[in-house]
Write a protein that binds this ligand. Structure first.
Ligand code: AQP
Length: 339
């Protein structure tokens, strides 16, 4: 473990690889807002467009999705006055440190990454080199800020372990105590929101079925329809969490309720235990619309003025570089690069 004292600093990012989903919101953004408002951390939040292009993105969609993601962050409660809000490619030190980390990380470490295996599937020889190196860029995103805490959904746990390994190996190889060994923050009832069509699969923006997810831009009718059609089983809801074991679709809907209402699963079941899904689903739809409609409305308002979003991101990049430029310069010096 590192002996050096680091400023408590949070970093996390989301790919502008499609529209934001309820999974991104509950698993990540809602936690980002909490950590910003707790007041014990400096907070840096990022649209990771360099990560998004590890799989093909239409350039027009990428630009639109990046601005829409920024609007989603702000509409959900991330304040550009309290947090540094950036687009990854506008802060070049992320990519520069990633190259150093490509030379620290080992092929074997990358080959073990389950997200790479899932995304590459049977096509591993034909995916981009960037997709393979994705976790080294993610380590650079975090460590270029000397971030100490990283809130993410459960699917990112393995990448964060790799970030720790890279920091430890860099510090060891160069005999320094320079990069912090980060703490993953994977908390809450919705660290893994599942597909509405299959409770064993993660809800994902790139799932070909739109019915599998709730998009943050969906209107009230669409949200209600998707929840009504969500896969469930024929039994009534149990009165205790233990009764949700082996019922992934039911557990998913109850977890979504708990995370939206900020209460425990047991408290949800105290209220709805014994109900059939026919009665439960409209109640969940009402709660989802109550929580999500104001965010969608605010996103639409912000998207009407893209120049203002660009201004916020340019300002964030300036603030970010005050942190990242000295850390990169020191890294180069440690590695032995001549100025
Ligand atoms: N279903 C989910 N439940 C909880 N957390 C989730 N996250 C994503 N999906 C869920 C969290 O959102 C953050 C940003 O993720 P990302 O967009 O950078 O990448 P991802 O995890 O690959 O998300 P997607 O939606 O599945 O994107 P695509 O389809 O492009 O691969 C992370 O903290 C993640 O844990």
């Amino acid at each position: 473990m590192s002996e050096q004292q680091f400023t408590p600093r949070v970093f996390s990012g989301i790919q502008p690889s499609g529209g934001l989903t309820l999974g991104n919101y509950l698993g990540a953004i809602k936690r980002f807002v909490d950590m910003q408002n707790e007041g014990s951390f400096e907070t840096v939040y990022c649209m990771v467009d360099l990560h998004a292009i590890t799989t093909w993105q239409d350039p027009k969609d990428l630009a639109h999705n990046t601005r829409e993601l920024a609007a989603g962050f702000i509409a959900s409660g991330i304040s550009p006055e309290k947090s540094i809000l950036i687009n990854q490619s506008q802060v070049p030190e992320h990519a520069q440190l990633a190259w150093i980390f490509n030379c620290v990380a080992r092929m074997g470490w990358m080959q073990r990454m389950t997200q790479f295996k899932d995304k590459a599937g049977k096509n591993a020889q034909n995916v981009s080199l960037g997709l393979f190196g994705y976790p080294a860029l993610m380590a650079a995103d975090i460590l270029i800020y000397h971030a100490t805490h990283v809130p993410v959904g459960d699917d990112q746990k393995q990448h964060l372990e790799l970030t720790r390994d890279i920091a430890i190996k860099f510090n060891h190889d160069f005999g320094v105590d320079f990069f912090p060994v980060i703490e993953p923050v994977i908390e809450g009832a919705a660290t893994r929101v599942m597909s509405l069509r299959d409770g064993t699969k993660k809800m994902s923006k790139s799932d070909p079925s739109d019915a599998s997810r709730i998009n943050m831009t969906d209107d009230a009718d669409t949200i209600a329809k998707k929840i009504r059609k969500a896969k469930t089983d024929p039994d009534a809801l149990p009165s205790e969490a233990a009764g949700l074991e082996d019922r992934p679709d039911a557990r998913n809907l109850v977890n979504i309720w708990a995370a939206l209402a900020d209460i425990s699963v047991d408290d949800v079941l105290k209220e709805v235990g014994g109900l059939q899904f026919g009665a439960f689903k409209p109640m969940l739809a009402d709660l989802a619309v109550e929580k999500l409609a104001p965010i969608a409305g605010e996103m639409a308002r912000l998207m009407a003025d893209p120049a203002e979003i660009d201004r916020i991101l340019a300002h964030g990049a300036g603030q970010a570089r005050e942190i990242t430029a000295p850390i990169l310069a020191k890294t180069y010096e440690i590695v032995g690069m001549v100025k």
